[in-house]
Design a protein around this ligand. Structure first.
Ligand code: PHE
Length: 338
């Protein structure tokens, strides 16, 4: 009876007070446990009444305990037992740079260290900047080298096109400034090709232009040689093969030795040991003159490369379409802190 009164009178303002109560009455070493121990020792005729009283007392104490517990728990709606603080948090996906952006930035950085600035121009170009100024004569088959998307105007003429290379930016730069020029031109270009693993209707280029007095072919070779050492690693070999572009004379294509996969058999070189990475040459004097530059006083070199190709060789990617499909399984492999 004394305890019944105590339990009735009991109130708790805090959870730890309630805990003291629980230990005293309901705990494994508590009063009720003791009484149950005592119950074992009483005679069989007393067991019935004693047992009944005891059970009532236990239920009473438990009831009071739950009552107080509930009133205390009116703060947060979630019960403590509903929160598992050991669970890991929800994943938070951080984006990553597109591989083409990574490689473009790397190319830009290398040429910046050599004193090249970055120049940009429009993707919709006129015939002059994309072709004529670059020594592509009208009706010359060289225009077919680059399958162009022409934009037909209302009057039936089509001298506007999506640029097929960023050489058009070189023309704009030379027209609008004075030598020396030392610049690279990164940007998107368009060609009318069926989309496949090896071709796309658009891709990305970095072209370069260096015009000054006494610029020679050996300057071209050394600049590009240095570029390759920086991008693909010290010891990468280069070789130049004669080629043709309307805007350069002489023209060449540059190959690099295929050490890319370090002999693991990527076969990007088709077992030849060499892969082509860019076109280059000495700026044709006609082009300099077209842009208002004295070709007796100045010479220059130019080069142009596809960023997709450089990226394919760097990461052994075999299908161009991966670059524009936005498949995160592909893209998230290129995490970096650049
Ligand atoms: N404009 C050429 C192309 O798009 C590349 C190039 C640039 C070649 C400069 C030589 C010199 O294929």
């Amino acid at each position: 009876d004394q305890y019944t009164e105590e339990i009735k009178a009991f109130t708790a303002a805090k959870a730890d007070e309630l805990e003291v109560f629980r230990i005293k009455f309901l705990g494994t070493k508590g009063l009720i446990k003791d009484l149950f121990e005592e119950f074992k020792t009483v005679g069989p005729e007393e067991k019935r009444t004693f047992g009944k009283v005891l059970n009532q007392f236990k239920q009473f104490a438990e009831g009071r305990y739950n009552e107080i517990k509930e009133s205390l728990g009116s703060g947060p709606q979630v019960k403590e037992s509903d929160i598992d603080l050991t669970l890991p948090g929800d994943g938070f996906e951080v984006g990553s740079r597109h591989p083409l952006s990574l490689v473009r930035n790397e190319i830009i950085d290398i040429f910046k260290r050599l004193g090249f600035v970055v120049a940009e121009g429009p993707e919709i170009e006129d015939d002059w900047h994309n072709f004529s100024a670059l020594n592509f004569p009208q009706e010359h088959p060289a225009r077919d080298m680059q399958d162009t998307f022409f934009i037909r105007k209302g009057d039936g003429t089509d001298d506007i096109a999506l640029r097929t290379h960023t050489s058009s930016v070189q023309v704009r730069m030379m027209e609008n400034g004075k030598p020396p020029f030392r610049a690279i031109m990164p940007g998107r270009v368009y060609r009318n090709e069926a989309i496949s693993a090896r071709a796309h209707c658009f891709f990305h280029q970095v072209e370069g232009l260096y015009v000054d007095e006494n610029v020679s072919f050996s300057d071209l070779k050394q600049t590009l040689y240095h570029f390759v050492q920086e991008l693909y690693g010290e010891g990468t070999k280069v070789r130049f093969r004669p080629s043709y572009f309307p805007f350069t004379e002489p023209s060449a294509e540059m190959d690099i030795s295929c050490t890319i996969c370090k002999g693991s058999g990527c076969n990007m070189c088709k077992y030849s040991g060499w892969v082509e990475i860019l076109g280059c040459g000495m700026v044709d004097p006609n082009v300099l003159e077209n842009c208002g530059i004295d070709s007796k006083k100045y010479t220059g070199f130019a080069f142009g490369m596809g960023i997709e190709r450089i990226t394919n060789l760097k990461y052994v990617i075999r299908d161009l379409r991966l670059f524009s499909e936005n498949d995160v399984r592909f893209l998230k492999q290129f995490t970096t802190d650049i």
